[in-house]
Design a protein around this ligand. Sequence first.
Ligand code: ADP
Ligand code: MN
Length: 177
Amino acid sequence: MVQENAKRTRPNILVTGTPGTGKTTMSSALAEATQLRHINVGELVKEKNLHDGWDDELDCYVINEDLVCDELEDAMEEGGNIVDYHGCDFFPERWFDCVVVLQTDNTVLYDRLSKRGYADSKLSNNIECEIFQVLLEEAKESFPEDKVIALKSDTIEDISRNVSSLTDWVRNWHSSS
Ligand code: ADP
Ligand code: MN
């Protein structure tokens, strides 16, 4: 039986952006400030084997999108989640009340990803992804534009400001549907 969307009492937030833009750092600070649940999709995929093996060329797991969505469904229906992932086009639109796209200056991002030890090809792929605003475009194509916000994530001050404005947003959120 298909049930009508039960109202969430707390919002679901998607935090997306190119690897290295600060999704995990910002999401965990926001989770602490709001008591929402931080779901790091990359970690979940590894932990629960929600993938179809390793892609040697891209140097990452081939995520199984159906398995990930099945795994998340109950929590998302309940509400109160911060979902942290560098992709967004396979999540159901109805899951999210707000979609945050973090963006970082190229040279800053380059330093962060080099420090992470990314190989040259992976590094340039990700820098290109940021230059062409791939995640912002993906978010705008996958979700209503009024739910999508781009936030700058170059400095620690940016993180604090983003966390405090999102915390205010969460406190003032009421289910409208
Ligand atoms: P992501 O989850 O998007 O891949 P992380 O949160 O793991 O990114 O951040 C990558 C690295 O960059 C970490 O070392 C983190 O401390 C640093 N970092 C992230 N965002 C910022 C920021 N706004 N200012 C300064 N350093 C940051
Ligand atoms: Mn991360």
